[in-house]
Design a binder for this molecule. Structure first.
Ligand SMILES: [Zn+2]
Length: 673
């Protein structure tokens, strides 16, 4: 799910806006299962039956035509016993604040029920055991709250808005068109359908919705029928052929135009669909930000790194209003109409089809397995086009996480506290954890890990320890040290340094100054600049204060920790290349990633000077030999661009070094011929 806007522009007012966004999620019901239903090892819900199939019918005709604000529904649940004891009753989740249970039948016989809190117990007429399959049909209605339905705060699970001027939440807005949709994550499916509402119990599903003529109802899987009822209504029926968690089931109905193309991915033809307001059709076809062809190319990219697209179709429905950016309902993402053609949002929700929908978190404590993976995939989608865009995206993630960490609560990624299930650590810090893992093990191993994780858990659920086990298996090592510090504990390292030199030996002391956080063990690159040469060393830093001896024959001028920004950390007093990328009038020295990178015949390096003075910009090979002096002399403050020609150079990695009064910055250029 995307519960906030990722745009840097909007975040210039950011800490306040962000704090508000996160705070507003504090009312999310973080539903951990009953203690009696939890297996001790992983926290995954263990219950007396497994759902095999949900067959749901909802009649939205009256709601969409304005006659009534609720709807009638019938949920047919098929299930098998999962424990050795005979099964004489099942407990379904059903929130009585929204759902009124009218009757429950099985095989034509009415069954006794009882309701306690949000648990509906259905007493079976005869106990089931072994491989017996039971089926119950629950007839219910979504209660009409008896008030204008467009008051957001009162709607949950099922949302209904009528066209026209009205109050939505705290604001007055003009709703452009009548719309109805469901939204469940994490635990609101029980507000619109009786179900076993735990993400670990996946089942197949069939959803049918009756709507007024002129409306289209979209849902999970493939459409199996569209029946004109000859009474001013049409019934759309959808069937999902892959297991789905209840929070990923959905239905959406609006007066849509459908833009569809088939994507040829991995030898399969996958329908890709945009359900848009008719006035948005052209944008879906040929819009410049993101259109249906962009979605197809994203699908191909993810398939190339994560394996084939896992489902039978991929659709997106635009809705307005929507409290969120987007929600990755299985095969049919719901997108805020304002974000419908935004590359980041579209990439994020598409990536969830692999990470979240195909491999689903085992419990809500493992939310980073959904959100961190989707967020990092979103950044990788940018990297596919531009390394510069990727780096600035990762810098943005870091800066936003630091703001949350310093102004709100510090918490571990695993098992976030109430109000932080959609906190920025789950998105941005978790994306960084994956980026650091990738840097540690290398691309080839990293993608082997992702493929193995998929192979082991596809169409099922995984918890955090499952992912770590995959990492250990693929790397043939024990990486628990890495996950312990980054996933099971909060915070991040804050590094400072000092150094002395005796003869040809540099004594570099690295301190970890963070409080209320673990001492981190991380391999760290260190740049040492001496006598016009740059030496890149890697040290394994693991103590609060640790001194490394490095052989440097000439006088050391400067040392830069983590020059390529590979660790999610702060370095007080050290300028980093990524600082200040968006500031037009620079306040600090900055050397930006060259673009394009990798490059072939020509690339450009941009650097920023907060004040005028002597500057030199030089190009080195990876061994520290100076290749070219690009700039040497007095320059005025501001932003400068220098072209680098690759014509006379061999393929490989080069380092570009900016030296200005009190500042030495490095960036890495990759030349590919
Ligand atoms: Zn998400």
């Amino acid at each position: 799910m995307r519960s906030f806007s990722p745009f840097p522009a909007l975040l210039l007012t950011c800490s306040v806006a962000f704090a508000g966004a996160v705070q507003s999620r504090a009312n999310v019901t973080l539903h951990y299962p009953d203690a009696t239903e939890v297996s001790s090892a992983s926290g995954v819900a263990l219950h007396a039956y497994n759902v095999v199939n949900y067959n749901l019918y909802m009649d939205w005709y009256a709601a969409l035509s304005g006659e009534n604000h609720g709807f009638n529904g019938r949920m047919k649940v098929s299930f098998v016993p999962s424990l050795s004891d005979p099964l004489d009753s099942i407990r379904l989740d059903s929130n009585p604040a929204y759902l009124h249970i009218d009757s429950v039948f099985s095989g034509g016989a009415r069954l006794a029920t009882s309701l306690s809190g949000e648990k509906l117990t259905v007493y079976l007429s005869a106990p089931l055991s072994g491989t017996d399959t039971g089926t119950v049909e629950v007839y219910y209605h979504e209660t009409d709250p008896g008030i204008a339905p467009a008051q957001d705060s009162l709607q949950r699970g099922f949302y209904l808005y009528y066209a026209g001027e009205q109050t939505v939440g705290m604001n007055s807005m003009n709703v452009p068109a009548t719309i109805a949709y469901t939204m469940s994550e994490p635990s609101d499916a029980r507000d619109w359908m009786p179900c076993y509402d735990e993400p670990s119990d996946k089942a197949l599903c069939e959803i049918s919705v009756r709507v007024p003529d002129g409306f289209t109802a979209a849902s999970n899987g493939l459409r199996v029928s569209k029946i004109n009822n000859n009474d001013g209504s049409t019934t759309f029926s959808w069937k999902e052929n892959y297991p789905v968690s209840t929070y990923l089931m959905c239905a959406t109905a609006g007066q849509y135009a459908l833009i569809q193309k088939n994507a040829d991915v991995d030898g399969k033809s996958i329908p890709v669909q945009y359900y848009v307001y008719p006035q948005d059709s052209l944008q879906a076809v040929e819009g410049s930000g993101c259109n249906i062809d962009t979605v197809i190319s994203m699908m191909k990219f993810y398939s190339s790194i994560y394996g084939p697209y896992p489902f039978e179709k991929y659709g997106m429905t635009g809705v307005e209003p929507f409290q969120y950016g987007g929600m990755e309902h299985q095969t049919i993402t719901t997108l805020n109409r304002a974000d419908e053609f935004n590359r980041r949002d579209v990439a994020h929700e598409l990536a969830h089809q692999w990470w979240g929908d195909m491999v689903t978190l085992g419990t809500w404590k493992d939310i980073w397995l959904n959100e961190g993976f989707a967020t990092y995939s979103e950044a990788m989608q940018l990297q596919h086009d531009s390394q510069t865009a990727f780096q600035s995206e990762m810098d943005f993630y870091a800066s936003q996480f630091f703001i949350e960490d310093s102004t709100q609560l510090r918490y571990a990624i695993y098992a976030p506290p109430a109000g932080y299930i959609f906190g920025l650590a789950e998105y941005y810090k978790a994306a960084w954890v994956l980026n650091m893992l990738r840097n540690l093990v290398g691309d080839s191993t990293y993608f082997s890990i992702m493929r193995r994780y998929r192979a082991d858990y596809e169409y099922g659920n995984a918890v955090t320890s499952d992912f770590i086990d995959v990492v250990d298996t693929v790397t043939n090592s024990n990486m628990s040290w890495f996950f312990n510090e980054w996933i099971y504990e909060g915070g991040y390292p804050v590094y400072t340094k000092s150094f002395t030199q005796a003869g040809d030996s540099l004594a570099l002391t690295i301190n970890q100054d963070q409080t209320n956080a673990p001492i981190f063990r991380m391999p760290m690159e260190v740049d040492v600049w001496s006598g016009g040469k740059m030496t890149l060393e890697t040290v394994l830093d693991s103590l609060q204060s640790q001194t490394f001896k490095i052989y440097i024959p000439a006088k050391v001028d400067s040392v830069t920790l983590d020059p390529n920004n590979e660790i999610l950390a702060r370095y007080p007093g050290q300028n980093l290349t990524a600082i200040d990328q968006t500031t037009t009038s620079p306040t600090t020295y900055a050397l930006l990633q060259n673009y394009p990178n990798p490059f072939n015949d020509r690339t450009e390096v941009v650097y920023k000077l907060p004040k005028s003075g002597m500057v030199s910009l030089e190009l080195f090979d990876i061994l520290g030999q100076r290749i070219e002096t690009l700039v040497h002399g007095y320059q005025t403050s501001g932003t400068h661009t220098v072209a680098v020609s690759g014509a006379a150079l061999a393929s490989g990695v080069y380092l570009c070094r900016l030296i200005a009064p009190g500042s030495r910055l490095t960036t890495k250029l990759v030349l590919e011929k």
